[in-house]
Design a protein around this ligand. Structure first.
Ligand SMILES: CC(C)(COP(=O)(O)OP(=O)(O)OC[C@H]1O[C@@H](n2cnc3c(N)ncnc32)[C@H](O)[C@@H]1OP(=O)(O)O)[C@@H](O)C(=O)NCCC(=O)NCCS
Length: 281
């Protein structure tokens, strides 16, 4: 069977169950709801062989400047025949001239390099049953906030990422919980918690310093002690030992890559310490 006999069509809700099967075969934990969240923000392509879904790729635009490319999977039996490249061409096209970011697996990296993506950093996945901090890491004003802060969080997130992710924050307001750090009444950092995969994910976490990021996460950990939590952190921002101390062990990760556009300046007032997910950044 040649790759040319495979049809590429728009990814629709009816393809979600097959997509879940593909990601499960890779050992990825995504539930149908996790795929649906990404799809709701994205333009996607599926590859069909005789009506069977054998590949997927999504592009998620965030404002006019950037997009993430994600959920790139080719069925094991179909690899090495150019299908990954064809799906990526669709995803890049769907990104409509925006600079593209992604988190690459070992499998994906050679393909992405060939398509002009360059490494910008490293992401490490930590997870496990979380233990509560013995004491607050910081005497900061941290509390849960309701969905009315979503736009404010998106604005702070934009300072860290350079992306307008308002649509994502509107979704997170429905599906997750916001912990915010306030100083003089102003939100200076936040962490989002939502159901994902085997349990819950904490992210994005955006803060001015690693200590404030730890304080935000510690606040969530105290609320969720014993629960299965996942945190995908940017390596080099100082959160690894803190996560391990609280039961979240490193289990893998990926290489952050970008194609086009300017890489995020390290001197921004706030930084992203943990991702919403590897798919969404
Ligand atoms: C990554 C993946 C989508 C690639 O799909 P694929 O259909 O095998 O890719 P292609 O056949 O189109 O290969 C594309 C190019 O990358 C190269 N390539 C692919 N995998 C490679 C590998 N492991 N090592 C070196 N080169 C590789 C191919 O040689 C090819 O180069 P060419 O077009 O210049 O000939 C597939 O391996 C996969 O689904 N992996 C599991 C899920 C995953 O990790 N996805 C990436 C998420 S970030």
């Amino acid at each position: 069977m040649q790759a040319t006999e495979i049809e590429l069509i728009e990814f629709q809700d009816g393809h979600l169950d097959a997509a879940v099967d593909l990601s499960r075969a890779e050992g990825w934990p995504h539930r149908r709801e996790d795929w649906a969240l990404v799809l709701s923000l994205s333009r996607g392509t599926v590859a069909l062989e005789g009506g069977r879904v054998v590949g997927t790729a999504l592009a998620t635009p965030f404002g006019e400047a950037g997009a993430t490319v994600n959920m790139v999977i080719v069925d094991k039996s179909m690899r090495g025949r150019g299908l990954g490249r064809r799906l990526m061409a669709f995803a890049i096209e769907a990104a409509g001239g925006r600079s593209c970011r992604l988190v690459a697996t070992e499998d994906g990296r050679p393909l992405y390099e060939k398509l002009g993506f360059a490494a910008t950093g490293e992401i490490r996945q930590h997870q496990g049953p979380v233990s509560a901090p013995a004491r607050p890491a910081l005497s900061a004003d941290i509390d849960f906030a309701d969905e009315t802060v979503a736009a404010e969080l998106a604005a702070l997130d934009a300072q860290a990422t350079g992306l307008d992710r308002s649509a994502l924050f509107a979704r997170l307001a429905r599906e997750g919980r916001f912990a915010v750090l306030r100083e003089a009444g102003r939100i200076e950092g936040f962490a989002v918690l939502r159901p994902f995969g085997r349990g819950e994910v904490a992210g994005p976490v955006v803060a001015r310093t690693a200590d404030e990021a730890k304080a935000l996460l510690g606040f969530l950990f105290a609320d969720r002690a014993g629960a299965f939590l996942r945190v995908d952190v940017a390596v080099g921002r100082g959160l690894g030992p803190f996560l391990v101390e609280h039961g979240l062990l490193p289990v893998g990760g990926g290489i952050a890559m970008q194609r086009g556009g300017v890489a995020v300046e390290p001197s921004r007032p706030v930084q992203t310490f943990a991702l919403a997910s590897q798919a969404l950044g």
